[in-house]
Design a protein around this ligand. Structure first.
Ligand code: TYC
Length: 101
């Protein structure tokens, strides 16, 4: 009987690592009008009226709400643009980003 020797299995490592996703987080404040928050969410994050209203109310009631996740660059750009939209109207509206675990 001929003996068959097989080469040891080598671990295949993926060539491209998946980029870590970053959360965009909406922070509540006491001054920004609710309707304005909804408008920004719809404009910058392409949400429906219903989705945007839900996210706004969650931040209003709990202090913060995760809006969406993106690659780091996109998350930071969107958070900056949305925060600037509030600033342009004199509102303290804030969006921040945080890496996902
Ligand atoms: N708390 C604000 C108000 O009562 C509305 C608001 C909701 C502001 C969510 C920011 O992320 C926010 N006018």
């Amino acid at each position: 009987m001929p003996e068959i020797t097989t080469a040891p299995h080598t671990k295949v490592s993926p060539k491209t690592e998946r980029p870590k996703l970053h959360k965009v987080i909406l922070l509540n404040d006491d001054f920004t009008p609710r309707d304005f928050v909804v408008t920004v969410l719809k404009g910058e994050f392409h949400m429906s009226e219903d989705q945007a209203h839900r996210v706004m109310i969650t931040a209003h009631q709990r202090g913060v709400c995760v809006v969406a996740v993106f690659t780091r660059d996109v998350a930071e750009t969107k958070a900056t643009r949305a925060t600037e939209a509030g600033k342009a109207k004199g509102y303290p509206l804030q969006f921040t980003t945080e890496p996902e675990e």
